[in-house]
Write a protein that binds this ligand. Structure first.
Ligand code: PLP
Length: 388
């Protein structure tokens, strides 16, 4: 599908942006690169003296690897984490001199790609480490790798005992391990005792890696305080506006805005139903605006309205309006009866932004902000604001 991507200068007003929006687009997704940079700076200043990297996997949480990597490089970010080699290729294209780590690690045949892209695998398995060592030896490759040690998440990483057994190699020097890291399982839950246990285990094991920089914290981990920050922090979600401190106000700026076009405005009599399954009944003469976004665009079906269920809300001219009935693949109905003036066909409605946060949508979707962002569809016209 042809997807137009346009950039507008920072500080341009919403109506200014609307002029850039393609008249044919059914929806517009705006990514505020200045907000991403401001969020990175905030996380960086909270983490001094640790280095603040940026996690840009999954297309930078839906925001676009290339524009995000470029904007953050300009802001001074020097280290990026991606999940796959394909993402690494895109990151390298946008950030020629950055250090790039690939979280999903090394497979025997991928050596030449790592060398070509000058990227580092995050190694979390002893067999994987042996394969990497072989590749490096045979090809005289000295690009380095990160070592992931599991401290309780039981997802990726070598065990504490395996890490312990690497001590002699580390003591010998010239070991090729440029970063030693672990990952927190419950960082967003301030009171979870898992955090302290993982911290203690990590502290102890990095004693075996005295000259290797250490990294433990994702976005929420940064907010657990200085002891969790070590030499490098790895925020992802918070850069993109997800609240890293769910028990408190969001310290981050919102980044993504989604608007969809009204394709029809109709009147529904009291007692009539709206949408598939006829789950939503009009309790009064009702005005419905049907907008061009649905679950195929990442607007989850679970956020729909039914009798007695509080649906997600959209914002029209600054006023919130609830959804009416189920969300379809390409369409969503909104109850706009309470607006002082009926909206017009063709007008844009805000589904994310204008006070509707990623975390609020996640609540209605029955998921987390991460999944809201990484599910945003590719039918939206993309607008990038700022970043210069
Ligand atoms: C995704 C990921 C991060 C970033 O996590 P956020 O919660 O998005 O900040 C950091 N480290 C690892 C290992 C990850 O997989």
């Amino acid at each position: 599908m042809a997807q137009t991507v346009i950039s507008v200068p920072s500080g341009m007003t919403a109506s200014g942006e609307a002029r850039f929006a393609d008249a044919a687009s059914n929806g517009v997704l705006t990514v505020d690169l200045d907000a991403i940079v401001a969020n990175w700076r905030k996380l960086e200043s909270r983490s001094v003296p640790a280095e603040c990297a940026a996690v840009i996997k999954a297309n930078a949480y839906g925001c676009g690897i290339e524009p995000v990597a470029r904007a953050l490089t300009k802001a001074g970010c020097k280290t990026f984490f991606v999940a796959t080699l394909d993402e690494a290729r895109r990151a390298r294209h946008a950030a020629a001199n950055a250090t790039i780590y690939v979280l999903n690690g090394f497979f025997a045949a991928t050596g030449p790609l790592y060398a070509d892209l000058n990227c580092r695998p995050v190694i979390g398995d002893m067999g994987e480490l042996a394969e990497w060592d072989t590749f490096c030896k045979v090809n005289h490759h000295a690009g380095g790798a990160a070592l992931h040690i599991d401290t309780g998440m039981n997802r990726l990483g070598i065990s504490l005992a395996e890490a312990q057994a690497l001590a002699p190699r580390i003591a010998q020097g010239n070991h090729g391990i440029m970063l030693v890291m672990s990952h927190l399982a419950c960082a967003e839950d301030l009171h979870n005792s898992m955090n302290g246990r993982q911290l203690a285990a990590f502290r102890e094991i990095i004693g075996q890696f005295p000259d290797v920089p250490a990294s433990l914290s994702n976005s929420s981990g940064i907010f657990l305080g200085a002891p969790y920050q070590f030499d490098l922090v790895r925020p992802g979600a918070a850069l993109y506006g997800v609240n890293p401190t769910p028990e408190a106000d969001n310290p981050m700026q919102p980044v993504v805005e989604v608007k969809a076009r009204i394709v029809q405005v109709r009147t529904v009599e009291k007692g009539e139903t709206v949408g598939y399954g006829a789950t939503w009944t009009a309790r009064r003469p009702t005005r419905i605006a049907v907008v061009a976004t649905g679950y195929a665009d990442g607007y989850f079906r679970s956020a729909g309205g039914a009798d007695g269920i509080r649906a997600a809300e959209a914002v029209i001219k600054g006023q919130r309006c609830p959804l009416a009935g189920r969300i379809s693949m390409d369409l969503t109905a909104i109850d706009v009866t309470d607006l002082p003036a009926p909206p017009r066909r063709g007008q844009m409605v805000t589904l994310l932004g204008d006070g509707v946060t990623v975390d609020e949508l996640a609540h209605h979707f029955g998921t987390i902000g991460y999944e809201v962002l990484t599910s945003l569809g590719d039918r939206y016209q993309r607008v990038y604001r700022g970043g210069t």
